[in-house]
Write a protein that binds this ligand. Sequence first.
Ligand SMILES: C[S@@+](CC[C@H](N)C(=O)[O-])C[C@H]1O[C@@H](n2cnc3c(N)ncnc32)[C@H](O)[C@@H]1O
Length: 172
Amino acid sequence: MFPSDPFQAPLWTVLSSLTHARRILEVGCGHGYTAAVMASAGGPDCRVDTIEGDPDHAELAEQAFKQRGLSKRICVLRGRGLNLLPRLKTRYDVVFLDGDWREYPGYIPHLRRLTRPGSIIVTANLNPLFGGWGGRLPGKPAIESYLTRLLRDPQFRTYVVLGEWHSISVRV
Ligand SMILES: C[S@@+](CC[C@H](N)C(=O)[O-])C[C@H]1O[C@@H](n2cnc3c(N)ncnc32)[C@H](O)[C@@H]1O
């Protein structure tokens, strides 16, 4: 489990301010680091839903949120993104994808449905497409398909952060 780099923490403050975030969605909670950072960045009226497929990770994250007094504002949804996204109905101001990139193409219809014009989507784990992480990880075609569809989708404007291999998309 690889938490995000702490140097990225101010990104969530910037995005929360830009979108006046009240609802944030994450796929790939891990042990809860980014969800906690995002909830703090959004302030006391901001709620975070975070999806986690590994029950042990979900449990550790929930314990951490409890210890930090964040349980009322962060909801851990247990299961895989592809199974849980279709069940969500709220519109989110910010979405962070930080799980299994092989599922990303299947997320696109839900990203449209679960965002509003002005919402921002940050997608992590694009590294395998660009030769990162040893270049031997599976799933390059899925990342290529996801990015191509996102870049061509008239409902999104997308920028790939070179070197970091995240993308940032704004819903238009
Ligand atoms: C890179 S870690 C997340 C780190 C976390 N976002 C942070 O920065 O603190 C990826 C997590 O996503 C979970 N995961 C991977 N694919 C998933 C999927 N398709 N649905 C839900 N969770 C997934 C893994 O179990 C792991 O805990």
